[in-house]
Write a protein that binds this ligand. Structure first.
Ligand code: NDP
Length: 328
């Protein structure tokens, strides 16, 4: 799946070019992987724009960048043997040749393969470091997370519960909200599609918000800013409500509450914590093993040709938990 043209606003089918080509042959020090699970991430939208960011944009005509789990089917690499499963950035394609840079061997006996792009992969790491390092969470605090029923959000809320906090999730629709409170242990959930978020935050975070973990930006961020506790931390993880904007990103108009509440707002990029992923993944795996964290995944079965339609689900709120495409 190659990028045919740069999208303006919402990504359209014509922005992609799907084609079939001969499978690559691994050279010296390389292996060939067959894709099993493709990760669908909101960040992919940003990678399509030709503007400075934390990674260079995907080039026109290039295979779309994506995280995935592959199975090694041929290898001239000393560290990767045929039959190994490997997680890395191998792109939206059935087969990928890799020199092993940034690739990590994973064990399907320890956790289902999809988890390595979910709870034990990038979204899990994002929740862990965003909440505990950037958010500097302390026991007993009140945490509010937007995009709460998604890959990162479900992990943020559950990690905050492990840490003994009060947790309020903001998500779209009654089904997602019920999942948060009835299955994942959140203390309260706000349906931003049918409720006044500002009012609901007054009810569910009566003493104010200590950590607001923002996945969506826009009016929900603005509402959360009005309810900050003293010395609150606003973690800027993402702003999915703004990613398809054709005009400028909508900034928060209530930012002066940072001044009044002596609060701070800080962004982060999960890749900066790569050297500590193993330690974080081990800790999260422990919580999963103890039944304190439930893994929520939304697995779509299909082919590489289904990527554009599946990717669109993220922006229509059609996924609950981590969205993955299992190639069949
Ligand atoms: P999700 O699994 O949360 O999927 C996206 C969800 O966003 C949808 O299900 C939908 O849920 C919600 N959404 C879509 N459009 C809107 C909108 N207009 N307003 C409000 N909510 C919307 O994705 P991830 O968990 O993978 O990613 C969550 C955020 O984290 C993203 O912003 C992403 O860019 C960011 N991120 C940042 C990283 C970093 O290093 N800083 C790393 C990884 C992710 P609903 O039905 O509730 O609307």
């Amino acid at each position: 799946m190659r990028l045919a043209r740069r999208p303006v606003g919402e990504v359209r089918p014509e922005d992609w070019e799907y084609g079939e080509e001969p499978v690559g042959v691994p050279g010296d020090g390389e292996f060939l992987g067959r894709t099993r699970y493709l990760s669908l991430d909101p960040a992919m939208r940003g990678w399509l724009d030709d503007r400075p960011s934390y990674l260079p944009p995907v080039g026109l005509g290039d295979v779309m960048r994506a995280g995935s789990v592959v199975e090694v089917v041929a290898s001239n690499h000393p560290k990767f043997q045929v039959g190994d499963h490997v997680v890395g950035t191998f792109g939206v394609q059935d087969y990928a040749v890799s020199n092993g840079k940034g690739a990590l061997k994973v064990d399907p006996a320890l956790a289902p393969l999809s988890t390595y792009v979910g709870a034990l992969g990038m979204p899990g790491m994002t929740a862990y470091f965003g909440l505990l390092e950037v958010g500097a969470l302390k026991e007993g605090e009140t945490v509010v997370v937007s995009g709460a029923a998604g890959a990162v959000g479900t992990m943020v809320g559950q990690i905050a519960k492990v840490k003994g906090c009060r947790v309020v999730g903001i998500a779209g629709g009654p089904r997602k909200c019920a999942l948060l409170t009835e299955e994942l242990g959140f203390d309260a959930a706000i349906d931003y599609r049918s409720e006044d978020v500002r009012k609901a935050l007054r009810t569910h975070a009566p003493d104010g918000i200590d950590v607001y973990f923002d996945n969506v930006g826009g009016p929900i961020l603005d509402a959360a800013l009005t309810r900050l506790a003293m010395h609150a931390r606003v973690v800027v993880c993402g702003a999915i409500s703004q990613y398809n904007n054709e005009d400028a990103v909508q900034g928060p108009s209530n930012y002066l509450s940072l001044l009044v509440r002596r609060a701070r707002m800080e962004g982060f990029v999960v890749f900066d914590y790569a050297r500590r992923y193993a330690q974080a993944a081990a800790e999260i795996a422990g919580w999963i093993g103890e039944g304190r964290i439930k893994v929520k995944e939304h697995v779509v079965e299909g082919t590489v040709a289904d990527f554009p339609e599946t990717f669109g689900m993220l922006f229509r709120g059609e996924n609950t938990g981590k969205l993955v495409l299992r190639l069949v």
